[in-house]
Design a binder for this molecule. Structure first.
Ligand code: 13P
Length: 250
């Protein structure tokens, strides 16, 4: 059975002290829902968070480089993350695609490296506003995932979670309707049947991200193919993160 996941992506927010205070509050919570509780923090806070966190909270990086080591100024490797006790990273977030020139080619290398390192990732995909307006969203997301997952074996897909984040819904307050989000997550699951098999499609966790808030998470989580949420703004305050974790299942 695939597991649900609610992941807060702090992006470039919170000092070390702020991250520590947040974790203390989060750790006191006994979430009502069985979902994995994931905090995606900036690199500088990861060692402290990995050291101080306890189940059900899991700590996640926001990016990682594909090479094991070398002349890649400013980058961090899978091995370095594992060394501090972090075994999960976002890759391919649209902000990295847009502002840092992340390509599907480099993402495929990251996916391959993650598999070699037995490291779990949250692989992001999603169309831009002009692509949705041209009704090209399914094609765009499918092309991204086909390229990102090229050469991956079905047996290794247990390391890959997929997050559908339409770019026009990120930080805009404009959430995709639950039906539109479901339609894309269903499309992605069908793609997994085509690329791999029914078992992989059934067992892969697919998240939705883009203006998820305490007041819309229940509706999104009620959708058949949405297994979780990747949340930016609403994950920055402990109170609203707690509300996300305690949504009333519909
Ligand atoms: P918001 O929840 O702020 O729209 O951000 C979504 C996101 O990009 C999570 O990775």
């Amino acid at each position: 059975m695939r597991r649900q996941m609610i992941a807060g992506n702090w992006k470039m927010n919170k000092t070390l002290a702020e991250a520590g205070d947040f974790l203390k509050e989060l750790q006191e919570l006994e979430p009502k829902q069985p979902a994995r509780v994931v905090v995606c923090a900036p690199y500088l806070s990861l060692p402290m968070l990995a050291e101080e966190s306890a189940p059900p909270v899991e700590i996640c990086a926001q990016n990682v480089h594909f090479a094991p080591s070398g002349a890649y100024t400013g980058e961090v490797s899978f091995e370095m993350l594992k060394d501090i006790g972090v075994h999960l990273s976002i890759i391919g977030h649209s902000e990295r695609r847009e502002y840092f020139n992340e390509t599907d080619e480099s993402l495929n290398k990251k996916v391959q490296a993650a598999i070699n390192e037995e490291f779990e990732v949250i692989l992001c995909c999603g169309e831009k506003l002009e692509e949705r307006e041209a009704d090209r969203q399914f094609e765009v997301v499918e092309n991204q995932l086909r390229a990102d997952l090229a050469g991956v074996a079905a047996d290794d897909m247990y390391l890959i979670n997929i997050a559908y984040e339409p770019v026009w819904a990120i930080g805009t307050g404009r959430t995709a309707s639950a039906e539109d989000a479901q339609a894309m997550c269903q499309h992605i699951r069908q793609l997994l049947v085509d690329l791999f098999d029914e078992t992989v499609a059934d067992e892969t966790t697919i998240l939705y991200g883009g203006s998820v808030k305490p007041d819309n998470i229940a509706e999104l989580m009620a959708m058949k193919d949405i297994d979780g949420a990747l949340v930016g703004g609403a994950s920055l305050q402990p109170e609203s993160f707690k509300q996300l974790l305690d949504y009333e299942a519909k």
